[in-house]
Design a protein around this ligand. Structure first.
Ligand code: HEC
Length: 132
């Protein structure tokens, strides 16, 4: 019995750590998105590429996190984000800023899409992963 209790405790502690990592990842997503947005406005190709690379790492983590939790909708949104980033990068390299802008919109749509389904606002204004 005691052994089981310890395992249950470790399981909960592990889940809490993963959730905290997730929050760190999301704060990084916000700053990467701001960076990409600024680079896009300035039509600064190399900064845009750097921002897109950062964001790709974040989305890879997103993908792994939600794959582990078997949340297909979030996995798909993570994949859509990665595809949008690839398109964004390609368009920026070709100096096609109209297309880059459209890909940026798609990327942002994946933020909002996932937040609608999986994010929950707490009374103190902070966020957490919605419990399914
Ligand atoms: C596949 C799902 C998913 C995607 C995609 C996603 N998010 Fe999130 N995000 C969440 C969840 C779930 C939370 C709540 C967890 C938390 O805040 O601890 C969250 C929380 C946040 C927070 C609040 C962090 C905090 O707790 O203070 C910010 C800021 C954020 N996301 C920004 C973004 C931005 C910007 C993008 C797009 C570039 C994005 N997210 C894409 C799921 C997602």
């Amino acid at each position: 019995m005691r052994v089981l209790a310890i395992f249950a405790f470790l399981g909960a502690a592990f889940a809490a750590t993963a959730d905290q990592d997730y929050e760190v990842n999301m704060k990084a997503a916000k700053s990467a998105l701001d960076g990409i947005s600024k680079a896009l406005q300035a039509q600064a190709g190399s900064e845009l590429a750097a921002g897109a690379e950062k964001m790709s790492d974040i989305y890879q983590k997103n993908f792994a996190f939600w794959t582990e939790r078997k949340q297909g909708d979030a996995v798909k949104l993570s994949n859509d984000g990665i595809a949008a980033l690839q398109a964004l990068n390609g368009a920026a390299k070709a100096s096609n800023w109209t297309e880059a802008g459209a890909s940026f919109k798609k990327l942002r749509g994946t933020c909002a899409g996932c937040h609608d389904i999986h994010r929950e606002k707490l009374p103190d204004g902070s966020y957490r992963i919605k419990q399914q």
